[in-house]
Design a protein around this ligand. Structure first.
Ligand code: ATP
Length: 164
């Protein structure tokens, strides 16, 4: 089986209304053709992530991918966990891929949400802030929902350190 290794980020900011999280709505790929209309039009929310480049460390990938996909820069607070899943490539020879994605917790530093390059629109339909509270119910993938729970636990235990 093919393997892919990616890294991504849970980038958060503190607002008067509470913690917010930066998520993306990925562009859906051709594999959804054939799904029901209801499923096709359902908004999919996911965490920003991407493949680790040669020579890059996973935490660097997380910061870079979050920036490219959301327009936001953050600093790493902690490593959260690795998630694993398999999928079948919708293109080419339809190979099965085993994938590991390392997720990091990042604190927002600068940038404007969804201020992404023209090229990035191929991957990202839209980036948006959503409340961290209840965010796991809005994310499409179970592995990423677990990542959000870990992020919330981490912020609860470290609250004095990260609150502005
Ligand atoms: P990357 O963002 O790492 O560059 P990619 O956009 O090429 O990767 P994925 O986001 O891994 O690829 O998506 C490939 C397939 O896996 C898609 O069909 C997607 O719906 C599915 N997928 C994405 N994330 C998960 C997940 N956490 N759990 C299960 N399936 C997922």
């Amino acid at each position: 089986m093919l393997r892919e290794v990616s890294a991504g980020g849970v980038l958060v900011r503190h607002t008067p209304e509470g913690w917010e999280l930066a998520v993306i709505e990925p562009q859906r790929e051709a594999s959804i053709v054939g799904e029901s209309d209801k499923k096709r039009h359902k908004q999919v929310l996911a965490l920003p992530k991407g493949l680790i480049d040669p020579g890059e460390k996973p935490d660097q990938t997380a910061v870079r991918e979050v920036c490219e996909e959301t327009g936001l820069t953050g600093r790493i607070l902690a490593k959260l966990t690795d998630i694993k899943y398999t999928y079948v490539r919708a293109w080419g020879d339809k190979q099965r891929v085993f994938k590991i994605v390392s997720f990091y917790l990042l604190q927002y530093e600068s940038g404007t949400i969804d201020d992404v390059s023209h090229d990035m629109r191929i991957e990202v339909k839209q980036a948006q802030w959503i409340p961290l509270e209840g965010a796991e119910r809005r994310l499409a993938y179970r592995g990423e929902r677990d990542v959000i729970r870990l992020a919330r636990q981490h912020l609860k235990s470290q609250i004095e350190e990260v609150q502005p």
